[in-house]
Design a binder for this molecule. Structure first.
Ligand code: IMP
Length: 430
């Protein structure tokens, strides 16, 4: 029965692949339940490096059924491109299932994403430009196109027409762009139908049946807690539910079926795009973390903003997601520092906040209150047990565990798959 949910505890790019690797061959299904091709993870298997944006990481594991759930927005062109690239390298992709209720990202969503960002000017979100926000906006506005619509040309034409009715006025009169052609968009989408059809399934039914049959399911969030549409640093967020609750609505299983919720957290913090980031560094230490940690986006290539570990955010993520386990990644990146500061609380205009301020403006004004821990210089990439780590690295982990709201169940000590310290089993009963 185990249903394991995996979420990012910060602003994304925490290295969820590390936790996925630990679960390894024990997982039968890997379910993506939110977001789209705004995500990006690099998976290294042997000497081969795979960059995936839309496909769940399970696509690379033999015997695992990868599932794109109903909460995902699917750019079908990207889906086929990623599948083709894998097939070319001999990966069997035939097990992939796509929810018939997932929404489709169309060409006009991509256009709107780019033009709205330009119009927002200094208020821009810094999106990935992949059409994610406009596709979710249509879903909530009840003007979206779903995967199932591609198999009924008349309905599809009708829905595209309805969706473009207002948008074309906007595109032409406000954004000074060409109107999207209803027939052309419909034809473009219909052209995908035949190839897509065999992958499409009633995924909520498939997943519940799998749980009934005692299979192990991993629900892998795209993006992260602080980018969640409800619980993140709104409006500088993505447009989907990237927290544990999204695993339920985005896949069609009930909350009572979830056994554990793993939060992946870096031993420091990074963020891409705009928005508040209290522990952000603008000095040499920030540059050191960026260089040493290879902090450049997989999807956009953008340099990530970097900062120290923020335990206020860790506690918030523990609470919002009901985390049962934390996987700390990239501890090795902190090697070679005299002192390692950890943010324990915020100072907001003279007032101390031990927990995340409820008020957005307060978070914008939050100044980190640091506690400094002594650093370590030894290479830790060979450590496979906590006791293998230098005393100061152990003390750092103990310190952040005590103030982060969940136990630490694994620690990443290097980029390779096996460079990890397992502490507690990640598959367990509630
Ligand atoms: P969108 O998801 O493209 O709409 O972008 C909204 C915000 O989420 C921007 O700040 C992006 O940089 C950020 N974002 C989206 N996907 C990821 C991700 O996979 N990792 C980190 N940040 C992301």
């Amino acid at each position: 029965m185990p249903a394991v949910v995996l979420v990012g505890a910060q602003w994304g790019d925490e290295g969820k692949g590390k936790a996925t690797d630990l679960l390894g061959s024990r997982v039968d299904y890997v379910v993506k339940f939110n977001g789209g091709n705004n995500a990006g993870h690099t998976v290294v298997i042997g000497d081969e490096k795979y960059a995936l944006h839309l496909l769940p990481s399970g696509i690379l594991s033999e015997g695992v059924v990868p599932v794109i759930g109903n909460g995902v927005v699917v750019d079908i062109e990207v889906l086929f491109e990623e599948l083709d690239a894998l097939v070319e390298r001999g990966v069997d992709v035939s097990r992939l299932l796509v929810s018939s209720q997932a929404h489709v990202i169309t060409s006009y969503h991509r256009t709107l994403d780019k033009v709205t960002e330009r119009f927002l000017g200094k208020r821009r979100i810094g999106t990935t430009g992949r059409g994610i926000g406009p596709a979710y906006a249509d879903k909530i506005n009840r003007l979206g196109i779903r995967i199932a619509d591609l198999f009924d040309p008349k309905i599809l034409h009708d829905k595209v027409e309805g969706s473009l009715d207002q948008k074309n006025h906007l595109l032409v009169k406000v954004y000074n762009r060409r109107a999207a052609d209803v027939d052309a968009v419909t034809d473009e989408l219909l052209a995908y139908a035949d190839r897509l059809k065999p992958m499409v399934a009633n995924t909520p039914l498939v997943l519940n049946n799998a749980l009934d049959a005692g299979k192990t399911l991993l629900f892998e969030a795209g993006q992260a807690t602080m980018l969640d549409i409800d619980h993140g640093t709104y409006p500088f967020v993505t447009s989907s539910s990237a927290t544990a609750g999204g695993a339920v609505t985005g896949s069609g299983i009930g909350p009572t079926r979830i056994d554990s919720v793993i939060g992946v957290i870096k031993a420091y913090t990074t963020r891409v795009g705009e928005g508040p980031f209290p522990t952000e560094l603008f000095d040499d230490s920030g540059e050191y973390l960026r260089k040493t940690g290879g902090e450049y986006g997989v999807t956009t290539g953008r340099a990530r903003r970097t900062g120290w570990y923020d335990s206020v955010i860790a506690r918030y993520a523990s609470r919002i997601n009901g985390l049962t386990d934390l996987v700390v990644t990239k501890l090795d990146v902190l090697t070679g520092m005299d002192k390692v500061p950890v943010c324990v609380a915020y100072d907001v205009d003279g007032e101390r906040f031990d927990e995340m301020p409820d008020d957005q403006s307060a978070f914008h004004h939050a100044k980190p209150i640091y506690e400094e821990l002594p650093g370590w210089w030894e290479d830790i990439s060979g450590a496979r047990a906590i006791e293998d780590l230098p005393a100061n690295a152990q003390a750092y982990l103990r310190f952040i565990e005590d103030i982060s709201g969940s136990r630490i169940s694994a620690v990443g000590v290097g980029p390779r798959r096996d460079e990890i310290i397992p502490v507690h089993d990640l598959i367990h009963a509630r």
